[in-house]
Design a protein around this ligand. Structure first.
Ligand code: PTJ
Length: 268
């Protein structure tokens, strides 16, 4: 893979893309995961590739929900394992979440490849690797196979970069679902209890940063944060944020370097 020069205006984005590409070569990421990543990049552009204020609100509600949970489970797919394995393991350890591999494009080869990535990142216990399986009957995709000690008995499930079917099925069997999805219009975003419209790479770092602050709050304060969070309203705020962001660019004839911090000027 080619080396990305530090002074490349899109260096960070390209480095992240290369992680997905490497994950694909290592059988961690599914072919469709490459398309999913490209879609995510496009949605990230229209929020300025930054974590927006409504997403911070959703992150705090998510952390409060995880802290209040009895059996919180972090569901791992190929994309997130490739994007931030160290951060996933670090957050799971600090928050006490169990990690479970659960794939849409399921194969034993991919499960083992993802397990290896997580173990190399320091994971000790990884669920969703068999030999025992339970089934979510409401779901017909491969994702119906879950670990009896993980998603099956979880009260709260964190499912970043999802396909909508599972979120809907998990809600129907009474689970609280938290997702991280750059597309506020996706079925997952609409079906989840808490949707964080942000890039997984940024959110997982904020999870780690904000957890100590959330962890020390009283139960009543945590409940207050969760109860005052309205997912539909938060999604509306995110959509409005994108609209205003794009309107500002259009209205002011803003310079591209002001938007993306490039070193040259092109009048739009
Ligand atoms: O590893 P598997 O087999 O479980 O498959 C995983 C994928 C992601 C391929 C599968 O779940 C899938 O097909 O998902 P979708 O339906 O393409 O949805 C992925 C969603 O994640 C889309 O709405 C993207 O915009 C969004 N997305 C992509 N990259 C990121 C993201 N959201 C947050 N952070 C990202 N880095």
């Amino acid at each position: 893979m080619i080396e990305i020069p530090d002074d490349h205006p899109r260096a960070e984005s390209l480095r992240i893309r290369h992680k997905v590409q490497k994950g694909f070569e290592d059988k961690v990421v599914a072919t469709a995961g490459l398309f999913a990543h490209g879609r995510g990049e496009a949605f990230d552009y229209i929020i300025g590739e930054k974590t927006c204020p409504p997403a911070i609100e959703a992150i705090k509600a998510a952390l409060a929900m995880i802290k209040l949970a009895k059996h919180p489970v972090f569901s791992i797919n190929g994309n997130i394992a490739a994007l931030a394995p160290k951060e996933i393991v670090e957050f799971a350890k600090m928050s006490g979440m169990k990690m479970e591999i659960n794939l849409f494009y399921r194969s034993e080869e991919r499960i083992q490849a993802i397990k290896k990535y997580l173990e190399e990142a320091g994971a000790n216990e990884i669920l969703g690797t068999g030999p025992e399986w339970a089934t979510i009957p409401e779901l017909s995709s491969q994702r119906r196979l879950v670990d009896p000690n993980g998603i099956l008995k979880a009260d709260v499930v964190l499912v970043p970069l999802e396909d909508g079917d599972r979120t809907e099925a998990l809600r129907k069997i009474g689970k609280v679902v938290i997702t991280i999805d750059l597309n506020p219009l996706s079925r997952t975003a609409q079906w989840s209890n808490i949707t964080i419209v942000d890039n997984f790479v940024r959110t997982i770092k904020l999870f780690i940063k904000l957890w100590p602050e959330i962890e020390k709050l009283s139960e009543s304060k945590l409940k207050e944060i969760v109860n005052s969070f309205d997912n539909k309203l938060n999604l509306s705020k995110m959509i409005e944020y994108s609209i205003n962001y794009l309107k500002d660019i259009a209205k002011q004839g803003i310079y591209i370097e002001e938007v993306l911090n490039l070193g040259y000027k092109i009048k739009v």
